[in-house]
Design a protein around this ligand. Sequence first.
Ligand code: NAD
Length: 248
Amino acid sequence: MADPLAAFRLDGRTALVTGAASGIGLAIARLFAGAGASVILADRDPAVEGIAADLGGRGVIADLADPAQVDALGDEPTDILACNAGIAGPAGPMHAMDDAARAALYAINLEHPIRLTARTAPAMAARGRGSIVLLSSIAGLRGNAGLGHYGITKAALAQLARNLAVEFGPQGVRANAIAPGLIATDWASAILSNPERTERRLGATPLRRVGTPGQVANAALFLASDAGGFVTGQTLVVDGGTLISDGN
Ligand code: NAD
């Protein structure tokens, strides 16, 4: 009998994952490699080289807030791109964020996916296939008093996915975003290290728990593989229900 999960396999494909040295990016790289892809892991953390070697892939040490380093990465031929590297930036009201912090936040969260897809999507289109997954956030789907600029960058990624889907769909390229809720990574430690905030957040989440990087990676594999072959331009929310709940 044919493998019923064959559509989730990535054999013969190359996948580039940014921010792959930890958290969600690492889980995505591991899962893609396990599904048969040749993986390229990019991160500013030098540990990425050893991690990539363990996965039988290649590590690229790069600061993706630097346009030249993003462009160099964009020259890698790839069938699948997961733009995952991102930072939260300092918490506080939007007007209180200084110019340097705001520029740094927009450079990694928004400029890196725009630049990287500007190089990879046309190359995918020329080869007639490709799938792009952008790591957005539920912070980009509702208002936020503490991480306002972060939310703007994440809302823009959902729009970037829609634009790419429309522009490159006719050439066989799909683009989608994932909007995670609270996921147990270094990124979420600011919330998870504060028991009161954690309790409030989980109280507003129907599943009453924090998500795992692996659960986000599962969604990324669906979108990246032929299993998601008729899905494009979407933002898939992976949040235990936080967004749909009234908090009761
Ligand atoms: P993380 O901090 O665990 O990992 C982020 C990775 O990106 C790190 O390996 C880091 O070195 C890398 N990175 C950051 N800036 C970089 C740069 N300038 N150049 C190269 N690499 C860089 O975070 P995470 O929780 O795994 O988050 C991954 C993505 O998911 C982010 O875009 C984040 O906004 C998004 N997200 C996370 C959550 C969550 O709760 N964890 C929720 C929603 C969205």
